[in-house]
Ligand binder design. Structure first.
Ligand code: PMP
Length: 429
């Protein structure tokens, strides 16, 4: 991966929402190692759990049960709907999605997958076929049998819908909606249904829909309310499965709900998770029903490091910290404040502010309304860093500031970040 900045940052130390470079310069981290540091860098309670487990047992592989895996699987599934009872532990989000696809294919006896344009699901060969952003693709074969539905993007899409996003900030733009009746959601669903009806073999349908409840790497794209519910229903009616990729949206980040899919009122058959699950420790999980898990049959799923005792102890401590320190509630309160403050910045460069909780995107545009060109984006990025704040960037055209900090940030941190962004937009680097 290339460096984000002209001169790469050399980070030496982290402490909750702060990072320190090798010269001792302090940065407010508003990207959390790409949505991964969920509860804070080197959180003392998580570190304590890690050290305690490291002194007891590191590794056995999944050929034995260990106390941490047993306890953690119970704790994790308690956070999910009752039908999702079986956990598979892996080491990353890509691996989690790979396994979820395998399970869906085995369970349904179908091969073709349905994904959304502008989605990101990982970089291993199969899931790269589901990652629909050219920036991440090589001119080599990747997973095949993967169809893509148009992205119901309220900012760029033909049907608008930004007033129907589940966000405290609304873009005052055409929406074609009549009161609470989200026409945009209906129209985008029609496009989705056309793919479902006419692009798959008429006699079957997809093995599964794989979808993020808010697209992360794609630039914090929120589908209009009601869209995902219609999409899940249509796929499940055709006996396909629905996989919710919660790698970015899970673990309380959205504030109102612990999982992104809950905010859409849908019932996934498989949930995949990584990143925030371990606060930076490499781990991931796939959680599904007993029936779907049984589809592996006699061929066992094997993963040398998945569910290692240290990962499980870390994951367990992360769940405790989110609960005890009310971080989901904090994400709701501070995230709403953040969104409103960003929306109040008076700058012609801001095309859109969107998101929910502490999953935020700010889309930057030029004088023509088009995406801010790459070089100007790089300048702004550099300027925000020079003011001591780290944010991310993303979106199909690379012009969205991505803000997804550790969930322990407070309103003073928000003020500092908003000031750094506003000042950079005004004065440049
Ligand atoms: N799913 C989503 C939604 C992601 O954002 C990512 C990583 N950006 C992945 C899957 C892949 O995770 P990993 O990098 O841990 O393989």
């Amino acid at each position: 991966m290339g460096s984000y900045y002209k001169t790469p940052l050399l980070i030496e130390r982290g402490e909750m929402q702060f990072l320190y470079d090798a010269d001792g310069k302090k940065y407010l981290d508003m990207f959390g190692g790409i949505v991964t540091v969920s509860v804070g860098h080197c959180h003392p309670k998580v570190n304590e759990a890690l050290k305690k487990q490291a002194d007891k047992l590191w590794h056995t592989t999944s050929i034995y049960l260990t106390t941490p895996i047993y306890e953690y699987a119970k704790k994790l599934t308690d956070k999910l709907p009752d039908h999702l009872k079986v956990c598979f532990f892996v080491n990353s989000g890509s691996e989690a999605n790979d396994l979820a696809i395998e399970l869906a294919r085995l369970h349904t006896g179908r091969f073709d997958m349905l994904t959304m344009r502008n989605g990101y699901h990982g970089m291993t060969q199969t899931v790269l076929g589901c990652t629909n952003l050219g920036t991440w693709k090589q001119p080599l074969p990747s997973g095949f049998g993967i169809l893509k539905a148009p992205c119901p993007d309220p900012y760029h899409g033909p049907w608008g819908g930004s007033k129907c996003r589940d966000s405290p900030v609304k873009l005052k733009r055409d929406c074609h909606c009549l009161g609470d009746d989200c026409q945009a959601s209906r129209k985008y669903f029609k496009d989705f249904e056309d793919v479902l009806n006419y692009d798959f073999p008429a006699s079957t349908g997809p093995a599964a829909l794989l979808v993020e409840s808010i697209q992360g790497v794609g630039g914090t794209v929120q589908f209009p309310k009601g869209f995902l519910q219609k999409a899940f229903k249509a796929v499940q009616k055709r006996e396909g499965l629905c996989i919710s990729d919660e790698v970015q949206t899970g673990f309380g980040r959205l504030g109102s709900h612990f999982w992104g899919f809950e905010a859409h009122g849908v019932r996934p058959d498989i949930v995949t998770m990584a990143k925030g699950i371990g606060n930076g420790y490499p781990m991931g999980a796939v959680v599904t029903t007993k029936e779907i898990a049984a589809s592996l049959g006699r061929a066992l799923y094997f993963n040398t490091y998945g569910g290692n005792p240290i990962a499980c102890a870390v994951g367990s401590a992360v769940l405790d910290v989110i609960k005890n320190e009310k971080l989901q509630e904090n994400a709701a309160e501070v995230g709403t404040y953040f969104l409103k403050q960003l929306a109040s910045i008076d700058s012609p460069l801001i095309g859109d502010v969107r998101g929910k909780g502490l999953m935020i995107g700010v889309e930057l545009i030029d004088e023509t309304g088009g995406p801010l060109p790459r070089e100007r984006m790089a300048e702004i990025f550099e300027g925000i860093k020079e003011r001591g704040v780290l944010v991310g960037k993303g979106g199909l055209k690379g012009n969205v500031l991505r803000i997804k900090p550790p969930m322990c940030i407070n309103k003073q941190d928000v003020d500092k970040a908003v000031e750094a962004i506003a000042d950079t937009l005004k004065k440049g680097k």
